[in-house]
Design a protein. Structure first.
Length: 384
C-alpha cells in the first residue's frame, strides 16, 4: 500500500540515505529505524500510531512474561496466541460492519493480519527457547513495526530479524544496485502492468460472458494477482535490504511447481512457511503418517483461506486446496523430483497444478458477484 504513495516512497528513500550517512554509528540501524517507523505511522494515521503503540507494548510484555514463566507455560503460550487471534478476528468483524463501535477505524486493520503472524512467531520463540529468547524492546518494536513489510509482507521471522539487528549497517555497491533494480521492477509490475491488466479485466467482466471469455479472465486474473503480489514483494525486499535487513523471497518460480504442495512453498512462500512451521511442525513433531499429513494440510489451507478473509468463498478456496494437497499426501504424490522424472511428466504435472490454481484464484477478486459471474460463464457456450 505504501508504495503507491510517492510521499511514502520518498520518506523511505530519505531514511535509507540517513542510514548510509550515519553508518559510522554502530546503533544507527536500531535507533533511527525505530524513530522512522513510529514517525511514519504517526504521520499516516494517529489512530494507527496509538493502536500499534499499545499492541506492541502489550505483546512485548507478554513475550517477556512467557520467557520467564515456569509454571503452566503451555497454557500461557496458547492463551497468548488465542488472545491475539481473537483480537484480530473481532477487529475484522468491525471492518465487515458485523460489529459496530464509534472508536473503530478501518485503518487500524492495516497490516494487522500480517503483524499478528509476527507476534505469534515471537511467542513461539519465547516458548521454545525460554530465557535464551533475548530481545530488547527497541528491537521487538522494530520487528513488529518494520515499515517496508508492514502491510503485505514478506512475513519476517523473529530469529532472523533479531540476528540482522545485531549486525552493523553495511551495504556495498552491488547490494545497492541489486536492491534498486528490484524496486524498479516491482514498481513496473504494480504501477504499469497491474493497472493496465486490472482495467482490461474490469472492462471484460462487465460484459456477458461465454466459456472462452471466462477461461481467459481466470488465466488473466491469475497473472494479474501474480504481478500484484510479487511486485509488492519486490519493492518491499528492495527497501528492506537497503535498510540493512535480509528480506526472504516470497515468490520462487511458482509456475514451475509440479504439485500443489510444492506450489504453496513457492507462491507467497513466507506465508506457506509460516503456517507449515507453526501448525504442521507443532502438531507433528515426529514424521507424520500420510493421514496425519493429509488432515493437517486441510486444516492449514482452510486457515490460510480464512486468513485472507472471513467469507465462505475464502473458506471453500482453502478447503479446495487442502483437499487436493491431502490427496497428494495420501497418494504419495506431494513432491516431484525434476531430476528423476522425464521432462514431459514434470511439465505435465506443472500444467495440471496451474490448472488447479487457475480454477480457484478468481476468489481474490474480492467480489462474490464477479466470482459467480465468471464461473457461470464457463457453462455459457457461445453457440448455445
Amino acid at each position: 500500500m505504501w508504495y503507491l504513495n510517492m510521499n511514502a516512497v520518498m520518506a523511505m528513500s530519505g531514511m535509507i540515505l540517513v542510514l548510509a550517512l550515519t553508518r559510522w554509528w554502530p546503533h544507527n540501524k536500531r535507533v533511527l529505524l525505530l524513530a522512522f517507523n513510529l514517525c511514519f505511522l504517526l504521520v499516516f494515521s494517529k489512530k494507527l500510531f496509538v493502536f500499534y503503540l499499545i499492541y506492541t507494548l502489550v505483546n512485548y510484555i507478554g513475550f517477556l512474561f512467557l520467557r520467564r514463566v515456569t509454571k503452566w507455560r503451555l497454557g500461557w503460550f496458547i492463551t497468548s496466541i488465542v488472545l491475539n487471534v481473537a483480537a484480530v478476528s473481532c477487529l475484522r468483524l468491525f471492518g465487515m460492519n458485523i460489529l459496530e463501535n464509534p472508536l473503530f477505524d478501518t485503518v487500524i486493520l492495516l497490516g494487522l493480519i500480517y503483524n499478528v503472524l509476527k507476534v505469534i512467531d515471537a511467542y513461539y520463540f519465547a516458548y521454545f527457547f525460554g530465557r535464551d529468547a533475548q530481545a530488547k524492546a527497541i528491537d521487538y518494536a522494530n520487528f513488529i513495526l518494520f515499515v517496508p513489510t508492514f502491510t503485505s509482507g514478506p512475513i519476517l521471522k523473529f530469529k532472523d530479524f533479531m540476528a540482522d539487528t545485531r549486525q552493523p549497517y553495511r551495504l556495498n555497491a552491488a547490494q545497492v544496485e541489486d536492491s534498486v533494480k528490484r524496486i524498479i521492477k516491482g514498481m513496473f509490475k504494480k504501477i504499469v502492468l497491474v493497472t493496465w491488466m486490472q482495467d482490461l479485466f474490469n472492462h471484460m467482466q462487465a460484459q456477458e460472458l461465454h466459456t472462452h471469455q471466462s477461461l481467459f479472465l481466470m488465466i488473466w486474473f491469475y497473472a494479474l494477482i501474480f504481478f500484484d503480489f510479487s511486485g509488492y514483494s519486490d519493492i518491499a525486499i528492495g527497501f528492506g535490504r537497503l535498510m540493512g535487513y535480509n528480506m526472504p523471497e516470497n515468490f520462487k518460480k511458482p509456475f514451475q511447481s509440479p504439485t500443489l504442495t510444492q506450489f504453496w512453498r513457492n507462491w507467497h512462500a513466507t506465508l506457506g512457511d509460516w503456517f507449515r512451521e507453526h501448525i504442521f511442525m507443532f502438531f507433528s513433531r515426529q514424521a507424520p503418517s500420510r493421514w496425519t499429513a493429509a488432515g493437517l494440510s486441510v486444516l492449514i489451507m482452510v486457515l490460510i483461506g480464512l486468513w485472507h478473509g472471513f467469507s465462505w468463498l475464502y473458506f471453500l478456496y482453502g478447503l479446495y486446496h487442502g483437499i487436493v494437497m491431502a490427496l497428494e499426501n495420501l497418494l504419495g504424490k506431494s513432491t516431484v523430483n525434476k531430476k528423476k522424472v522425464s521432462r514431459a511428466y514434470f511439465f505435465s504435472r506443472c500444467l495440471l497444478t496451474q490448472a488447479i490454481v487457475t480454477f480457484s484464484v478468481i476468489v481474490y477478486s474480492g467480489s462474490e458477484e464477479t466470482v459467480f459471474k465468471i464461473y457461470r460463464g464457463l457453462f455459457h457456450w457461445p453457440w448455445a
